[in-house]
Design a protein around this ligand. Structure first.
Ligand code: F0G
Length: 482
């Protein structure tokens, strides 16, 4: 990774790229921000992008593309069948992951659908380090049950443990012994574990889990959507891997896996997805679903232009300067917030900076969605759009009761190469201000609650007039500033 020291001693994440295409932003006055979030039912997914200043909702499909990716898109082969572009993608995936059997899909959750439909039966158990929303929804829809076997350290919001995304090998052995190998559909390891703050697992951990799976004959599945951040952390934090290239780490990790799938909205800096399957019989079964649900086998629902961009994006993922930008910006943001006393998830992970809403707003009960309330409050405070990752993102239990989340996080994604450091500093400033006025922030309650993936479309209202009082406080403290 580029090692550039500043004479001042200040730790600045220096960009190893320059910006050549820009998009104009607008920052609405605070009164209009209150109007926009009210219109959006206090759900940041329902805000119009024109009303958002810094869009930190997600890193999915919104990373900046490179000049090389844009150039590659111009030479895409549009053939419905036998497209040369697909052959390039298939070869690049085989070269990096070491598996020659690749199926294209329109995005990550489509791969999850194919895997769940093929391997999960009613009553099946799927152990994983931690769930992701769409992954769990597909498994439960097929009648399966998710078992989270994260190491205990993983759920501590503040820690200096380098690999909080590790799966606990002893918990896995115990589960297999108790439930029986025949009831376990597959084991899933998620790189850059999304819902616990973008936390990585180690190569050593992947090898331990793989040894258990191979001994028991259980397929091991890697969700590689956030692999690029995980690769960076393995290289930075795992002594054994310090002298390995990202390409070598990728191959060492993938050699342990039976199935690898990814959202190319994240891995590959484009939009799309796909899965590699080591076993030819399983590959043949999964292949049947691609023309049914995705598209013909040589595009799987993706545009050929996006496939060209993914080929280049995957190669760029092997470049340390490119994959380090996201985690370094996130570390900068996390470190500054820690200095200001704001509760954030540590150590800094990939994907984004995560505010710990349970500590930020200890007076808001989980039943009033503290992370959702914080998301609405931060939009009002600064036009910054984050994503609730807490109880609101969970589904209710079958009896209708709330499933309270392990953590209440407001995720502030840092899409790769999109924001400048001054924009990140602005976000930090508004978060620190909001923290100084946190007593004003109250809870939320549903006015419309969908049954499935409610966080996408649900509408909520504040439990009191706290939002109007927050606007007054902003005016009192910032005068006529936007
Ligand atoms: N797995 C992980 C770890 C993810 O983070 C995502 C998506 C998916 C699977 C599904 O991929 O969106 O292409 O269908 N995460 C997005 C996010 C939605 O905002 O974190 P997809």
């Amino acid at each position: 990774m580029a090692n550039v020291k500043f004479m001042s001693g200040e730790n600045v994440p220096l960009e190893m790229h320059k910006v050549r295409i820009v998009q104009k932003l607008t920052l609405l006055p605070v009164e209009e921000r209150l109007g926009a979030i009210t219109e959006a039912g206090n759900n940041t997914f329902l805000l119009q992008n024109r009303d958002v200043f810094l869009d930190m909702l997600t890193d999915s499909g919104v990373n900046a593309m490179s000049d090389q990716q844009l150039a590659a898109m111009m030479v895409a082969d549009d053939a419905y069948a036998g497209s040369a572009t697909f052959t390039k993608l298939e070869s690049k995936v085989a070269e990096l992951f070491g598996i020659p059997r690749f199926l294209p899909a329109h995005q990550g959750r489509a791969c999850e659908n194919i895997i769940a439909c093929t391997l999960v039966k009613p009553g099946s158990i799927v152990p994983m380090n931690y769930h992701f929303t769409t992954t769990k929804a597909h498994i439960t829809r097929c009648g399966g049950v998710v078992e989270e076997l994260l190491i205990d350290e993983g759920l501590k919001p503040t820690s200096d443990f380098p690999f909080k995304g590790n799966m606990d090998p002893d918990k896995l052995k115990k589960l297999i012994a108790e439930k029986g190998v025949e009831n376990i559909a597959f084991v899933r390891l998620e790189a850059g574990t999304n819902l616990i703050g973008g936390q990585p697992f180690s190569l050593e951990n992947a090898r331990q889990i793989s040894a258990i799976c191979r001994e028991s004959g259980i397929p091991l599945v890697l969700d590689a959507s956030l692999l690029q951040d995980n690769l960076y952390f393995i290289k930075e934090r795992e002594a054994e891997c310090r002298d390995m290239s990202l390409r070598e780490i990728t191959r060492a990790l993938c050699d342990e896996m039976d199935i690898i799938y990814f959202s190319a909205r994240k891995l590959g800096f484009a939009r799309g997805g796909g899965l590699c399957v080591r076993d030819p019989g399983l590959f043949a079964k999964m292949r049947e679903l691609v023309p049914l649900y995705e598209g013909f086998l040589t595009y799987g629902g993706m545009s050929v232009r996006e496939m060209e961009a993914i080929v280049v994006g995957l190669e760029e993922t092997m470049d340390e300067d490119i994959v380090s930008q996201g985690p370094q910006f996130i570390k900068f943001m996390t470190d500054e917030l820690v200095k200001a006393g704001v509760p954030v998830v540590t150590p800094a992970g990939g994907l984004g900076c995560h505010l710990n809403a349970m500590e930020f707003l200890p007076h808001v009960p989980q039943s009033e969605y503290p992370a959702g309330a914080l998301a609405a409050a931060l939009y009002i405070a600064g036009g910054v759009r984050g994503m609730e990752r807490g109880t609101l993102s969970e589904a209710r239990e079958p009896d209708g009761s709330e499933k309270l989340a392990d953590m209440e996080l407001l995720r502030l994604a840092v899409p790769r190469r999109v924001f400048t450091l001054s924009q990140v500093k602005y976000a930090i400033d508004r978060i620190v201000w909001l923290y100084s006025r946190r007593d004003l922030v109250g809870g939320l309650e549903f006015t419309e609650e969908p049954a499935v993936l409610r966080f996408f479309f649900g509408r909520l209202k504040p439990t009191s007039d706290w939002q109007a009082r927050l606007v007054q406080a902003f005016r009192a403290d910032f005068g006529d500033s936007l």
